[in-house]
Design a protein around this ligand. Structure first.
Ligand code: FRU
Length: 505
């Protein structure tokens, strides 16, 4: 009974060991491709997720394959993630998987590219029609007297490509869109498409590629034919860093680009609001802006500043994770120490319990031992009594035999101890000891007393003279007989004879 509370403490300790610090919401992110812009998006989401200690983010990348992306989404549904973020490769093929997730009760945020379904929980992305339209206006400004424009589109199955195209064509005036080619967002494909167009000998004044990657591919194709100088290249994304759109604009390779934010931070913030049951916007439109020679340096400075800040935040995050790790380890040590102490207390209680048990057992054994000893004592006493009785009986029998031998030989004045010993089959010493112990007299004393008693009897019951009685009872001298008789009965044998004759008279 006394062990019970300790057992409870122990169970509580064990339970607290396995419990995570807080409930982790798992956000599954299905990313459609793995280019630079996508990597920047992943990074932004990961960095934002670090600010929430109950969020864990798992990213699966489909590498530009809609089938693979659908499979990724199915896997997230299987794993029962708490929320799904999807940046769909194409709006149609990925839609069934997204709807399946929605039907399974998983909130779905669609980011950047959209899906052909209205079941989604929220959308985060820029206005691609607006981007296309702005670029259309920009190109119209570049070619006031008309000119030939080539459009290299992104994957036409994806919404940004469609919307950028629609916006672009809606705003293009004066200038003519001579070709529109799908290069699927890929630099290499854009290079190939551009080479084909250039080789056809067409005039090209402006190339609008739906992203900077493809714009650069087109530029490289023109450069390979030495025709880059007379063409203006425009892209979208304006990423900072080496090889990014900002650098391309600064270096004069691109005339302009358009900032296309990934919104990684806003996606995570929206996800957290949904998971925590807080209000959120169903559609979040991210701001965009044109980047050209006029603002690229300022933008680069700002981008560098933001990157430095982000690097510092990353360092701080690293430090924080280190501290969290050491706190977690200390907590583990503490838990282990408390558990060890609880075990020790438990062992101590068990030891005390067994020690007490042993003590009470010892007490019980001691009392049983005392009882056994008392019983043994009793038995020994009884044994001694039995032995004494046996000795007494043997002594009585021996005395009877001795007495009979003495009576039988009472008249024999030469009765010797040797003869008696022989008759009784004992040694002289044994005879002496036995007679002495049974009667308190020596054998010779006992014979003398027996002779005197017989003599006394004869003197009282017969008419024998004192001398006759003397010899009949084995005394060989009347004077000695008289002396012994007097000392034993207080009167001489002759006094008995006289007394008797007086009575007879
Ligand atoms: C990256 C990308 C970007 C483009 C966006 C459109 O995969 O192609 O360059 O702006 O996707 O969704």
């Amino acid at each position: 009974m006394r062990i019970r509370p300790v057992a409870y403490i122990f169970i509580l300790l064990l339970a607290s060991c396995g419990k995570p610090a807080g409930w982790q919401y798992v956000i599954g992110f299905s990313q459609c491709a793995d280019d630079e812009w996508r990597c920047a998006m992943d990074r932004e989401m990961e960095q934002e997720a670090l600010f929430y200690d109950d969020i864990s983010l798992i990213i699966r990348n489909a590498g530009g394959d809609s089938k693979r992306q659908s499979a990724d989404i199915e896997a997230f549904i299987e794993e029962k993630v708490d929320l799904l973020v999807v940046s769909p490769n194409e709006e149609g093929p990925v839609a069934p998987a997204v709807e399946k997730a929605c039907d399974a009760g998983i909130p779905v945020i669609v980011a950047d590219r959209n899906v052909s379904s209205d079941k989604i929980t929220a959308f985060v992305g820029a206005d691609n029609f607006y981007i296309g339209k702005s670029i259309g206006q920009y190109v119209s400004g570049l070619l006031p007297d008309g000119g030939k424009v080539v459009e290299i589109t992104g994957l036409m199955g994806s919404t940004p490509a469609k919307e950028r195209h629609e916006g672009f064509t809606s705003a293009l005036s004066g200038a003519e869109l001579s070709r529109s080619e799908d290069a699927g967002w890929m630099r290499t494909d854009a290079y190939d498409r551009m080479l084909e167009i250039l080789r056809s000998g067409e005039r090209i004044d402006v190339v609008f590629a739906h992203n900077d990657e493809m714009a650069y591919g087109a530029y490289m194709a023109a450069k390979s034919l030495g025709r880059q100088k007379g063409i203006s290249f425009i892209g979208v994304d304006a990423l900072s860093g080496p090889g990014g759109g900002q650098e391309l604009v600064r270096d004069g390779i691109l005339n302009a680009s358009f900032i296309y934010p990934s919104g990684g931070d806003r996606i995570i913030q929206t996800a957290v609001s949904i998971l925590h049951g807080k209000p959120y916007d169903k559609v979040i439109r991210l701001g965009t802006s044109i980047v050209d020679k006029g603002n690229v340096r300022l933008l680069e400075m700002q981008s560098r500043h933001i990157e430095e800040r982000q690097a510092k935040i990353a360092v701080l995050n690293g430090l924080l994770s280190g501290m969290q790790e050491s706190y977690r380890r200390q907590r583990q040590y503490l838990t282990l120490s408390v558990a060890a102490m609880a075990v020790m207390v438990l062992v101590l209680i068990v030891l005390v319990y067994f020690y007490r048990q042993k003590k009470s057992l010892n007490r019980q054994l001691a009392s049983e031992k005392r009882t056994v000893e008392q019983q043994k004592e009793q038995l020994l006493k009884m044994q001694r009594q039995v032995e004494a009785a046996m000795v007494k009986n043997a002594d009585r029998l021996f005395l009877e035999r001795f007495d009979r031998a003495v009576s039988d030989n009472l008249g024999d004045e030469n009765l010797s101890m040797e003869k008696l010993c022989k008759e009784l089959s004992v040694s002289r010493v044994q005879l002496y000891r036995k007679v002495k112990s049974c009667t308190g007299e020596s054998p010779s004393g006992y014979i003398r007393t027996a002779r005197l008693k017989k003599a006394h009897d004869l003197l009282l019951t017969t008419d024998l003279t004192a001398a006759e009685v003397c010899y009949t009872t084995g005394f060989n001298s009347p004077s000695y007989f008289a002396k012994c008789f007097k000392s034993f009965y207080g009167a001489l044998p002759s006094d008995y004879v006289k007394q008797k004759s007086k009575i007879n008279l």
